[in-house]
Design a protein around this ligand. Structure first.
Ligand code: FEO
Length: 401
């Protein structure tokens, strides 16, 4: 059980830890996750968000350790996705279905689609303030970060920003705050950004500017997943600034799959070519690396090379899977290169180039196909292509500095 924890004067974390989840709708969560929710006590008692449905009993026990749930006066729903609303219907039955639920306009629409039409929805928007007893809450809509309904809630008296999915990590441990960690949390935060927020990077940039303009004093950032940023909220805000800008780095990812190791040989030679240009390169076999780890590496790479054998006139299925995933996450500002071996038809390289075009990635070459098994001259051509990709990346970095 996740013991309820006081995180500020009259403010409690009442969420649940999910130690064992390893697949979060397709995202690999090697270290589990948490579903954070918050209880603010005062002249009126406020609940911010709930938890995933299977954790309802544990959640209720966490609340009950502080106050009888019936004493909750208002509910705030920062985000409709069911890892934060799954327990809502049960909670509403417990505390009274006429308890007001504050949410964004899209939050109301989405909550009605998921649950009951009959709750007492109270729509709030950016800049709205709500005085509840001796507490002052203000709201900031964060549409498409990462759902249309998403919003933040700011508790003025304690200077806490409850920031929903933003700044979160799928990470479960005994640590509650950033200053209690025994390990570096940033790889988990980066993975979370790459898999959840990357397609909305332009909006992240706009949000960071809005938050700066509002001059919000943020003593603590409390996301709905993972640890709370108490010691250094600026660390994760600055990281979001860097990740959302997507400036090219001197880093490349070479993704490939193979049937009889011919495409492996090509990939290895391309890595050497990239390294000859001092590009830090990561080689990833798509059947051995999870797609959510691959996109995490792609996030801060300036170039990707993708190698696929041709199977039944098509891109190899595992490569098609990762290309679909990458396309949906819309990484920007990447150079690209296609390669692969084939037996008799060899469509994969052409199809990969079409995928790159659809993703608005700039290809540095038409790519390279090799029939059956690469010879020395073919591997030399792969090296040269890797080098060419590296030179182009170095040039792009210079131009954008
Ligand atoms: Fe953690 Fe978008 O839900």
């Amino acid at each position: 059980m996740f013991t309820s924890i006081q995180i500020a004067d009259g403010v409690y974390s009442v969420g649940c830890r999910d130690w064992n989840v390893r697949d979060f709708h397709g995202y690999s969560t090697y270290q589990g996750t948490t579903y954070n929710a918050f209880l603010i006590l005062g002249e009126k008692n406020i609940l911010i968000d709930t938890v995933k449905k299977p954790f309802t009993d544990e959640f209720l026990a966490n609340i009950s350790a502080i106050i009888p749930p019936e004493k909750i006066d208002i509910v705030i729903s920062n985000h409709t996705e069911m890892d934060h609303t799954g327990a809502l219907p049960h909670i509403m039955r417990k505390i009274g279905e006429d308890t007001p639920i504050y949410c964004s306009k899209m939050g109301e629409k989405n909550l009605k689609s998921h649950f009951s039409q009959n709750y007492q929805y109270k729509v709030v928007g950016s800049g709205d303030k709500l005085t509840v007893g001796n507490r002052t809450l203000s709201f900031l809509e964060t549409k498409m970060l990462h759902w249309p309904d998403s919003m933040f809630t700011y508790l003025e008296e304690e200077q806490i920003l409850f920031c929903s999915d933003a700044f979160g990590q799928h990470y479960c441990s005994s640590a509650v705050y950033d200053d209690e960690l025994q390990e570096d949390i940033m790889p988990q935060a980066k993975k979370y950004y790459a898999n959840i927020l990357l397609p909305f990077s332009t909006k992240v940039q706009a949000l960071l500017k809005d938050v700066a303009k509002m001059d919000l004093q943020i003593r603590m950032l409390c996301p709905d997943h993972g640890i709370f940023w108490r010691k250094d909220p600026g660390k994760i805000i600055n990281a979001y600034d860097v990740w959302s800008k997507q400036a090219p780095n001197q880093k490349a990812v070479v993704l490939y799959d193979t049937m009889w190791e011919s495409t492996t040989k090509m990939a290895t030679a391309i890595v050497s070519g990239l390294e000859s240009e001092k590009i830090q390169t990561i080689l990833m076999n798509t059947r051995r690396c999870h797609r959510s780890d691959i996109i995490t590496e792609v996030l801060d790479a300036g170039a990707i090379a993708v190698g696929s054998p041709t199977l039944n006139n098509n891109i190899f299925p595992v490569i098609a899977d990762i290309m679909t995933y990458i396309k949906g996450l819309k990484p920007q500002n990447k150079l690209a290169l296609a390669f692969g071996s084939y037996g008799w038809s060899g469509e994969a390289v052409k199809q990969l180039n079409e995928e790159f075009a659809a993703m608005k990635m700039e290809t540095v070459d038409n790519g390279l196909r090799v029939q059956y098994v690469p010879e020395e001259k073919d591997l030399a051509a792969c090296f040269d292509l890797g080098k060419k990709l590296g030179e182009s990346l170095n040039q792009r970095i210079q131009e954008q500095e």
